[in-house]
Design a protein around this ligand. Structure first.
Ligand SMILES: *Cc1c(COP(=O)(O)O)cnc(C)c1O
Length: 230
């Protein structure tokens, strides 16, 4: 199933790119494999997937060790400071930086390993109380403060839009995230570029692409529904 699903999602990504006059290479499809077994990841890998997203530290580490080494692992979930050390050299990009204290831990662990951590700032565009992320109006100030961490490079913004029946309802949040990234980009802050916009999931990735997403994070449409019951 994964092979067919992946092909179908790929087709939809391509069509959304065409509709919005964008090149397919501008959008990276991240296969969100959280809770799913290795066989399914291998199937996606065989089907061409090279970007995988996980939201739990232990799971990312286990899968990192079991899967081929040319995968670009993406940490997309809320990250606890004491766990940064386990993924700092495994996740190519951390999408979910939402506090200066977390940034400080990332900076410290990256420094210990002699590397520069690539991160995105998670912004709570819809101001949902249940969600992590900084508020849009705090983002610029946040970016200015994060430059003091020498081992961190900010590459853009990420948002998790609300769960809605009609993806069109989220268009405004995607458009606003894009505007925010343009505004921050204009400030020309050191070590900060706004080249990545990580937005759009199974329910709304096409709208997100139309609004400028450069990374879409798709789980269910590729791997099927998740069951958290064990
Ligand atoms: C689970 C998850 C996704 C994928 O969600 P689907 O609706 O299954 O596509 C995307 N982004 C984040 C941050 C997630 O936790």
């Amino acid at each position: 199933m994964v092979t067919e699903n992946l092909r179908e999602v790929e087709k939809r990504v391509q069509m959304a790119c065409e509709r919005s006059g964008r090149r397919r290479e501008e959008v990276t499809l991240i296969a969100v494999s959280k809770t799913k077994p290795l066989e399914m990841l291998r199937e996606a890998y065989e089907g061409g997937a090279r970007y995988f997203g996980e939201n739990k530290v232990q799971e990312l580490v286990d899968k990192y060790e079991a899967m081929p080494s040319d995968i670009h692992w993406q940490m997309i979930g809320h990250l606890q400071r004491n766990k940064v050390k386990y993924i700092i050299d495994k996740a190519e990009l951390i999408h979910s930086v939402d506090s200066l204290r977390l940034a400080e831990s990332i900076d410290k662990e990256a420094g210990k390993k002699g590397l520069i951590a690539n991160v995105l700032l998670e912004v709570n565009m819809a101001r949902e109380e249940s969600k992590f992320g900084i508020m849009p109006e705090e983002a610029l100030d946040f970016v200015k403060q994060i430059v003091r961490f020498r081992n961190i490079k900010v590459n853009g913004l990420m948002t998790i839009a609300p769960f809605v029946d009609d993806p069109e309802e989220n268009r405004i949040h995607f458009a606003n995230l894009r505007k925010l990234s343009v505004d921050i980009g204009k400030e020309k802050v050191n070590n900060v570029n706004m080249s990545i916009l990580s937005m759009g999931m199974t329910n709304d990735f096409e709208v997100a692409i139309e609004e400028g997403a450069t990374m879409v994070r798709v789980g269910t449409a590729i791997f099927g529904e998740r069951s958290y019951a064990h």
